[in-house]
Write a protein that binds this ligand. Structure first.
Ligand code: TYD
Ligand code: MG
Length: 455
């Protein structure tokens, strides 16, 4: 059968394919994202359907599991997010906004990994000189670091096959291309096929590979969704542009939990780990000011304290304005409704703002109580006590519901020098004896009780 090239239109945002051009992608609703790409409809696809009879299966009991070799990256925060280090042969996708520090963190770990392995750093974005200048700044000078400025995926794979480095970094996958595919670098087909090539290479030679992926304007990884299915780990680097703190989060991890976060600070000599994020997040808390309360949120296995600020002012227009940063907007509306109906605090003709300091996102119901206390405190203009923090989920009846990991949260509060912690009353029963006594634990049943205990 003669090979025939067919043209399809692929959405650059979500990877949706259509045989004809469309102004608006039916899958993700974006406009002007359908680009023409040529796909070869021959050999490679038909080959899969013809069985060569070489498929083999192994008994699960006979498969050796001892191969999961992990090695550290020299950054404990990164190791934690990866689930205890990089697994041999894994493919990791690191993504995040431009300028957030993806290239910086990868170059930084080269120094440590270079002590035991050769590292191949492939850059399609920067020149070797630029990388050298940055490496100088970061103090990376190992002889085991090889820099390659290339964008041809196949020749890079060829090099990896012959030289077999111990660790490979591809910065970034959007610049990689395969010559045979006619579409331009960064297009859906190119990104998908290049990732497939690197994945096969990583598995075949057990070389851990990190690829950098750009994000589109919505903050999702640019390119096809399949990219996230192919790789073993997806890491997101987040942070506010104007703040120096960066949070590394695992969205997918085949070798560990996805709840862990790593906290870094961008300094003039690269990223520094922040081993004690609670301290950093609450350090600037104003004294004797109303409308601020400390919350404790679980990020994976680690409790982190954060400052929640609420501001309530009389609205000049009929409808109160609500705004929230770092806390779910709909949950804020719900909390305000509960406070109004169940606790007797009226917000309907007031503007209410909530802000979580440090760019942290509170997505856990256990932080409800701190948000409510910050808002009430601002409404009444009474400061919450300095030595007090609060955890608890608020139900629609204004009651406090039990929270998980209560002991860990209490221990973290105690470690940071808090004297009193307000928890839902039901949680008191579950606490072990050893923890009681170190810090005053106040059990409350509803929001009003909690507020009275906190001022
Ligand atoms: P970079 O790693 O190039 O971002 P990405 O690869 O994610 O696009 O990070 C660049 C930013 O980091 C840039 O704004 C400057 C800043 N930076 C520092 O503040 N200190 C440093 O030591 C380095 C290397 C970068
Ligand atoms: Mg970069």
């Amino acid at each position: 059968m003669a090979s025939k090239n067919k043209s399809v239109y692929i959405c650059s945002e979500c990877g949706y394919e259509s045989p004809k051009w469309l102004g608006c992608c039916p899958s993700c609703g974006e406009w002007n994202t359908m680009n023409e790409e040529i796909v070869a409809t021959d050999a490679s696809k038909t080959k899969n359907t013809v069985s060569s009879g070489s498929a083999k299966a192994e008994k699960i009991s006979e498969i050796s599991a001892a191969d999961e070799i992990r090695f550290g990256t020299g950054l404990a925060e990164l190791d934690r997010v990866l689930g205890g280090g990089v697994v041999n042969g894994s493919l990791i996708l690191l993504s995040g906004d431009p300028g957030i520090g993806k290239s910086t963190i990868l170059l930084q770990i080269c120094e440590y990994i270079g002590k035991t392995n050769t590292v191949l750093y492939v850059s399609g974005e920067e020149s070797a000189r630029q990388i050298k200048l940055r490496a100088n700044r970061l103090g990376v000078s190992t002889d085991n670091l090889l820099i390659m400025c290339n964008t041809d995926a196949e020749s890079i794979i060829e090099y990896i096959r012959t030289e077999k480095p111990g660790f490979v970094i591809i910065d970034s996958i959007q610049t990689m291309s395969i010559e045979e595919l006619s579409s331009s670098p960064g297009s859906v087909t190119q990104v998908r096929e290049s990732t497939n090539l690197f994945m096969r290479c990583a598995k075949q030679y057990s070389i851990p590979t990190v690829i950098v992926g750009h994000v589109n304007k919505d903050g999702n990884i640019a390119g096809p969704k399949v990219l996230e299915h192919i790789v073993d780990c997806v890491l997101y680097f987040e942070g506010e542009r104007h703040l120096s703190y960066r949070i590394l989060r695992a969205v997918k991890n085949r070798y560990g939990s996805t709840n862990e976060i790593g906290v870094f600070e961008m300094t003039d000599c690269g990223l520094k780990e922040v081993p004690n994020p609670s301290m950093m997040l609450i350090s600037g808390k104003p004294k004797n000011t109303s409308g601020t309360c400390i919350a404790c949120v679980m990020e994976g296995s680690r409790p982190i304290l954060a400052e929640v600020q609420g501001l309530v002012v009389t609205s000049n227009y009929g409808n109160g304005r609500r705004m929230s940063t770092g806390f779910d907007y709909n949950r804020l509306s719900m909390l305000l409704a509960v406070l109004e109906k169940r606790s007797g605090y009226f917000f309907s003709n007031a503007d209410a703002y909530v802000n979580v300091v440090g760019g942290l996102k509170l997505d856990e119901p256990a932080t409800d109580l701190s948000v409510a206390l910050a808002l009430i405190s601002s409404l009444k203009d009474e400061p919450i006590r300095e030595d007090t923090l609060a955890v608890g989920e608020i139900g629609l009846g204004g009651e406090l519901r039990t929270v998980s990991f209560c002991e860990q949260r209490i221990k973290e509060a105690d470690r940071l020098g808090f004297k009193r912690i307000i928890v839902p009353k039901h949680n008191l029963k579950t606490l072990s004896e050893t923890i009681k006594g170190e810090i005053e634990i106040i059990g409350c049943t509803n929001v009003n009780e909690a507020y009275n205990a906190s001022v």
